[in-house]
Design a protein around this ligand. Structure first.
Ligand SMILES: [Ca+2]
Ligand SMILES: [Ca+2]
Length: 670
């Protein structure tokens, strides 16, 4: 447990009285009455009910092959080819390495792979493509006279029913791409990103044709679809951080998608929309494409795991799904909590100092059990937490998120490839934890959850109703509806075992728990700590026991944050705030991170968003930002909160136990 102490309070009376914003649950709690036997028409209804038991109903444990699932019903696994597994011994990940571990992925229940860009490119991450019809020669290898090409990988995956989608980088290419010289008219000069990433001009018809031909080339090769990088930045004004022209983007992507469907009827395409605008992600379903990463789901998942309260998560699922379906009836929710850009939720949680061990794995459980196509970032299922040193940005340095995969048989990829690509960076420490029992549990839970989800394929595309349980905010389920089918996905977000009656169960699809297991005897349901149970039918819950709210808050870290006077504080900014930091002398640098509009990370460091004048750093935090954290890039942080009186507080997380000093103060907002 981390220690906290309060450094100072800054009074901002000019902001006036501020009501603490709390998330109100709009959905109706499940309506239950004590000893109710209504709410279902299952055969078990007439069974006499008691916690002492009845006939044991065993959860299903059979493995459903992903090849039997509908084409787009998949839990995907994102892997960076270079960092996943090495098959030929040169220390660099390759297709043979992936093939060697397909048993591992199949065992997890994974139904689709998202490969990082596989094309010949300028940098190790390959988001600066040189040749769109090439395959990186490091990835196709020969061992003992047998070659392992992309074709081999596709064929081995398809044998198991695993789909493969490629990361297509269609907003820009490297200037080393022959197109840059041969077709300068294909480039807009309005580069949305820095580095050697040259934006295309999509008003150019022959460029559009060529891009569609690239799509056809890979679909003809047998890939099953694409993840579209930087999909929001196809049409953008000006240079870095310029505004996007969304309407023109929708039109282009719909054209591209329709074209791809003409080539392959059941092609699956997902867009990456990283933006600070709340509605952008959902609006991009206007392209009619299948998916669009739901980065919004992360705050609700973190909150559920941190506070042991499931309501926000359930409400997010209901509202998000209904918003998608208003725009695109066949749109698929695409849940994600980690990737190569946003980092690993493990590290994020560590920064917060509030999610450790089981609560952290529970966050992973919520991700893989969200309706729709959930994405697992390689290694998250092991609690993977890579770190590298010599980085000014510490935990938030991209390389930390892209470190070699630690298989239980040992790490097969050397860190050299990754780190030699970036001068001055090296991995001198890592915190792989895959061989500890804790992480065996971690993976087992992912596996049980994904397998259970695979037993109810309707979960991948359904309507959702949030069903929090009245009187216990740690309990609740989402009701998935498709035609006449009903599935209830029930969660216990607390660290306590809970007992209750359940009606309406028509089948026990599976369960997954961080501690022990969930069980059903007659109508007596026991939910283990940090668990999920999946049932066919619409369930109704009554007579909950097993710890009050207070008892479930087993540590002060998981409840609302209180100041020294026991006053509840929150971490949302009302109005914008300018913050000046004179950091402790042992801090070489200051970074600032915040959620903006509960949607997007604000990353501030000198030169980007933050200014530095001598030893003083200054950053302005926008209205609505929350979870504002200043860090030294490794293990020490200062968090900003405010109380009901509108006073702002800096809270020091002492992390490693080293004491901190320094000064943190706010400008008068006037
Ligand atoms: Ca290799
Ligand atoms: Ca662009």
């Amino acid at each position: 447990m981390h220690k906290k102490r309060f450094l100072l309070v800054a009074s901002l009376s000019a902001l006036g009285t501020i009501a603490i914003s709390s998330c109100s649950i709009s959905a109706n709690p499940t309506s239950v009455s004590p000893s109710s036997s209504t709410g279902g028409d299952s055969a078990s209804e007439s069974t006499s009910v008691s916690y002492e038991g009845g006939d044991t109903v065993s959860p299903r444990t059979d493995v459903v092959s992903v090849s039997s699932l509908p084409a787009k019903a998949r839990n995907f696994y994102q892997l960076l080819v270079y960092s996943f597994a090495d098959g030929d011994g040169d220390g660099i990940g390759d297709f043979k390495g992936i093939i060697d571990h397909l048993d591992y992925l199949e065992d997890l229940g994974i139904g689709g792979l998202w490969l990082s860009p596989i094309h010949e490119a300028k940098s190790y991450h390959a988001y600066d493509v040189i040749n769109y019809r090439s395959v990186n020669s490091l990835y196709e290898v020969s061992v003992d006279g047998k070659s392992y090409t992309l074709d081999t990988l596709l064929s081995e995956c398809h044998k198991r029913g695993i789909k493969v989608i490629l990361d297509l980088v269609l907003n820009h290419s490297s200037s080393s791409c022959s197109w840059y010289t041969d077709h300068p008219e294909w480039y807009s000069g309005k580069d949305a990103f820095g580095g050697d990433m040259k934006d295309f001009d999509y008003d150019n018809k022959s460029l559009r044709t060529e891009i569609k031909n690239v799509g056809k080339y890979w679909l003809d090769k047998g890939v099953d679809g694409f993840r579209l990088d930087a999909a929001k930045w196809i049409y953008n004004e000006g240079a870095v951080n310029g505004k996007a022209d969304d309407e023109k983007n929708y039109a282009w992507w719909q054209e591209f998608y329709e074209y791809c469907k003409g080539v392959k009827k059941d092609v699956y395409v997902i867009q990456e929309i990283l933006t600070e605008q709340d509605n952008d992600v959902i609006n991009y379903y206007k392209t009619t494409m299948d998916g669009d990463f739901d980065f919004d789901i992360r705050p609700s998942i973190y909150k559920a795991a941190r506070r042991g309260q499931i309501g926000d998560y359930l409400v997010h699922l209901q509202t998000y799904m209904s918003e998608i379906h208003k725009i695109n009836q066949s749109g698929i929710l695409s849940s994600v909590i980690s990737n190569h850009d946003i980092g690993r939720f493990q590290n994020y949680n560590k920064r917060q100092g509030v999610l450790e061990g089981k609560a952290s794995a529970f966050a992973g459980l919520l991700n893989v059990l969200a309706p729709g196509d959930s994405y697992v970032y390689y290694g998250d299922e092991l609690g993977m937490d890579g770190t590298c040193s010599n980085t000014s940005e510490g935990y938030y340095e991209d390389l930390n998120f892209r470190t070699p995969m630690p298989f239980s048989s040992g790490r097969t990829v050397s860190e050299k490839y990754l780190y030699s690509s970036v001068p001055g960076k090296s991995m001198t420490t890592s915190t792989y934890k895959n061989e500890t029992p804790e992480n065996s549990t971690f993976k087992a839970v992912y596996r049980k959850a994904i397998q259970a989800k695979n037993r109810a394929p309707m979960l991948y595309q359904c309507e959702v109703e949030a069903k929090p349980v009245e009187g216990d905010s740690s309990l609740g389920f989402y009701l998935a509806k498709k035609g006449n089918d009903r599935v209830s996905v029930f969660f216990n977000a607390s660290s306590s075992e809970k007992k209750m009656y359940v009606d309406g169960v028509k089948g026990f699809l599976g369960e997954a728990a961080l501690e022990g297991s969930c069980s059903l005897n007659g109508k007596a349901l026991t939910m283990a700590p940090y668990s999920a149970a999946l049932f066919e039918g619409e369930i109704a819950i009554s007579n909950v026991s097993g710890g009050s709210e207070e008892e479930t808050s087993d540590s002060s870290d998981e409840g609302p944050i209180e100041d020294d006077f026991g006053r509840e504080v929150n971490n949302e900014v009302d109005g914008s705030l300018t913050i000046h930091c004179l950091p402790p002398s042992n801090w070489k640098n200051v970074n600032c991170y915040a959620w903006v509009g509960q949607n997007q990370y604000l990353g501030g460091w000198p030169g980007k968003a933050m200014t530095k004048d001598g030893n003083t750093y200054t950053i302005t935090i926008p209205h609505g930002a929350s979870n504002i954290i200043f860090s030294n890039g490794s293990d020490q942080t200062v968090n900003l909160y405010r109380n009901k009186e509108g006073e702002y507080w800096f809270v020091i997380d002492e992390g490693s136990g080293k004491s901190l000093s320094g000064a943190w103060y706010l400008s008068d907002p006037s």
